[in-house]
Design a protein around this ligand. Sequence first.
Ligand code: PLP
Length: 424
Amino acid sequence: MSEESRSGGLARARALDAADPLARYRDQFHIPSGPDGGPCIYLCGNSLGLQPRATAARVQAELAAWARLGVEGHFAEGVGWFDYHERFRDSTAALVGALPGEVVVMNALTVNLHLLMVSFYRPSGRRRKVMIERGAFPSDRYAVASQASFHGLEPSEVVIEVGPRAGEDVLRTEDILAAIAAHGPELALVLFGGVNFYSGQVLEVGVITAAGHAQGAVVGFDLAHAAGNVRLSLHDDGVDFAAFCTYKYLNAGPGGVGCAFVHTRHGSSPELPRFAGWWGNAPATRFGMPEAFVPQSGAAGWQLSNAPILPMAALSASLDLFSEAGMEALCAKSAKLTGYMQELLDGIEGGLFEVITPASRGCQLSLRVVEGAAGLHQRLSAAGVVCDFRRPDVIRVAPVPLYNSFEDVWCFCDIIAGFAAEGV
Ligand SMILES: *Cc1c(COP(=O)(O)O)cnc(C)c1O
């Protein structure tokens, strides 16, 4: 590419940033440094979101309260660790299109999947099968297979996987629906990712849920790559349950506390079997420690342990940014920013890679590298790009609307265009 067209491209990216109403949020994050000491091009918010500048003070405030108050912090005015999780009711519900009582912040993602499967995967009689996507995230596969074994079933007999057709990279909704119909009366649970972690494809949550329900199955979603990335309407879509983590798009920090969704039609039935712990007990009697467990209504009734205040304080800093910016505006920028990346990538000649992510996507693009994906990933790292490599041949990049700029996207594409021109 000529220097002239490069500088024109960079000028256009900067103009897009200047016109971006969300551009100011970038300054509210710590951007790690690249090899040249300047900010890196961070395209890995789908793995670990960046740290908001406000996070340290939030965590520090809870440490200070602990230092000042000790155990009194549970009920002290303005501290209130006893019902700390309730602070997240509205913000997390808005993120995933839930009613406030349908969501609770607790544990971690895989733990929550297990707890929810205890309630929602209850094989009986002919209805024993669980349907997942082929190539689902390993933790989800382990969780599902071990739940089947726990019920005395052979995972290879009851776990059904639906994948893309031969030669294709993404799942067709019609194939998912056909599989659900084909297994109908044997299907106990349908469990898909809202956004596939590998391809970045967004699945049709409402359509899949309706199809599962039409066959009498329970339908759950893993929203690890969907929460904070795409618009969701879990309540209206009638999804039975869902779980997600908060350290990817939600920037809560490594190992950040997870989140669970239970539809209100289940949340209010105390007879639904569950593994119980004292924090799921109704708050009025929680500290009285009654003989028998009386579940709090809503998703909060699935809590086990007292809340981990420090990681939850970290989460609050990021959720405030989401509440302020709003998912609608974030998704609008996401479409522009990711569309811009796709446009630039499409213009790169040399056949180095192809984008396998379909039009139905959030902010992740997955690049299938024709040859030497691992080497390309290393060269990108050396050039100051933080992105990830998934075996065998995919590099995933996620321009995140909260903190990535059009200039980031332009610089990344300029670097990869340079490699393509050199034939590496
Ligand atoms: C990131 C991710 C996980 C990670 O699970 P943790 O319990 O948070 O460690 C699980 N499933 C999917 C689909 C993921 O993307």
